[in-house]
Design a protein around this ligand. Structure first.
Ligand SMILES: O=P(O)(O)O[C@H]1O[C@H](CO)[C@@H](O)[C@H]1O
Ligand SMILES: O=c1cc[nH]c(=O)[nH]1
Length: 236
């Protein structure tokens, strides 16, 4: 049990799939895991542990933004036996070269956030995925004949902003898409010497305004979910 996760020691697996949305965690647990057990519902941030192809996997939410994923990933890494977190999120594309439902495997997350600096004295504004799970995801995607793009992304504190132009940091680091957690997750994993990856499905095309519905954000992410589960399975 930690401050924000009420699971007992032993109730969280070594590998955790982490969507932002608690209801996406519930959907994955109920539709992809055998015998899913709800092991934490503190603040309605749901965590389930169940069996995928004979191995134990946990799926639970991060909430939105660096403060939230900062808390959950830190407690998972330090209070339980977790060595790998795979974030499975949605993102907005800055370019119409990307299409809704495209899948990205995040190579580096660029951010203007002060999270890494003030939490861990990590000064870089570009943080890479941590450990070998990124490569496992790419190998697994090939085996599943699933097209994914390995790319840098912008991790932002901001969803709504006054100026619609692409933020400077996204241009600087060649980021075609934006989300709100990967940089915080990578910072925690780097500081703690753990493994972390982020797979994203494009949910919004910012220049055209095209997007997928709230229901689809919960449930229509099946290829990304299967990719994450297969990659997670290989690490336990
Ligand atoms: O779909 P999730 O994982 O929540 O990720 C994205 O969606 C949320 C914004 O709608 C932010 O958390 C952003 O990072
Ligand atoms: O952070 C995010 C996530 C999805 N779509 C966006 O536009 N931004």
């Amino acid at each position: 049990m930690s401050i924000h996760i009420s699971a007992k020691k032993g109730e969280i697996a070594k590998v955790v799939l982490q969507p932002g949305d608690p209801l996406r965690a519930k959907y994955i647990a109920e539709n992809f895991l055998e015998n899913p057990r709800l092991v934490s519902q503190t603040r309605h941030i749901l965590y389930y542990t169940g069996i995928y192809k004979g191995k134990e996997i946990t799926v639970g939410a991060s909430g939105m933004g660096f403060p939230s994923i900062g808390i959950y990933s830190f407690e998972l890494y330090t209070e339980y036996v977790v060595d790998t977190i795979i974030r499975i999120g949605t993102c907005g594309a800055y370019t119409t070269d990307l299409k809704v439902f495209d899948i990205l495997n995040v190579e580096n997350a660029a951010s203007e956030s002060t999270y890494a600096k003030y939490a861990w004295e990590i000064e870089e504004e570009l943080l890479p995925h941590q450990g070998s799970i990124f490569d496992v995801i790419n190998e697994t995607a090939k085996e599943l004949s699933l097209v994914t793009n390995s790319t840098n992304i912008h991790s932002s504190d901001i969803f709504y902003r006054k100026n619609p132009a692409i933020p400077e940091i996204a241009t600087k680091y060649n980021c075609p898409a934006v989300e709100m957690e990967a940089f915080g997750l990578f910072a925690n994993a780097k500081y703690l010497g753990k493994n972390a990856a982020t797979i994203l499905t494009v949910s919004d095309i910012i220049p055209s305004g095209e997007n997928i519905s709230a229901d689809q954000r919960e449930t229509a992410l099946k290829p990304m979910i299967e990719l994450a589960l297969e990659a997670a399975w290989k690490t336990v």
